[in-house]
Design a binder for this molecule. Sequence first.
Ligand SMILES: [Ca+2]
Length: 268
Amino acid sequence: MNRLLPLFLLFLFPISPSLSLPPFWADNIEISLGQGLSSDVDSCSIDDRIYVVWSDNRTGNNELFFRYSENAGHTWSREEKITETPEESIQPAIACDQKNVYVVWREVSVEDNKEKTSRIYYKKWDRELWSDDLLISDEKSKNPDIASTSIFPGYVYIVWQQENNAITAYLIRSSDSGKSFSSPQSIAEGIWETKEPSIWCGARDAYVTWADNREGQWHIFFRRWGEVTIGSDIKLSPAQNCSFPAIYGSEPKIYAVWQCKRDFYFDL
Ligand SMILES: [Ca+2]
């Protein structure tokens, strides 16, 4: 009988539906419930908690809205409007750790169809109260991103690009759970242009990728930001005319994706 059992199992397993089907997606859930235009969505998750932020013009002016689930998306909180500003509140990015949720975004004023001001703001939620809006950058700024280390308490990082005479990507770091931040430093140590930074954090380190014009053509570069030391720049893109990188990972593997003018590349 025992000699027959392996043969029986071999036969059983290939026809078992639960083992032959791939993972599947759950049904869609409508996150934004207003009638206005919803855009610029971002989300983060930790354990079974999911946090979503987006920009929404249902009030006649773009504001940021927020919802969360604490049971892996089965049920969701009510919508919460987390900005109240006369400017267009757009391009949010969100990060979360064991205790807090962190949001960074743009406040844009438009005059004659042109952007007059474009500022970066930040706020955090301790899962009870939202902090006040904190101004991060007062210049012509855009493309903010935010990440927090999974070790808590650890670090919260914000990156963005700012245009004076040239476009420069900047980084700031908080070591007190997002209460205060360091002075801005440029992500690359040079006078060339850098833009469109994207950041992701592992347990203790941050990983940054951005578009970089040091060679006179836009390439994608990468750098690791450790607790104490900062790694050297690494060029990722084999082709030129590249932009809008995004980064994610599961340490020790880090994944970066970006677009180039004619092709789509994926790098590890
Ligand atoms: Ca607004």
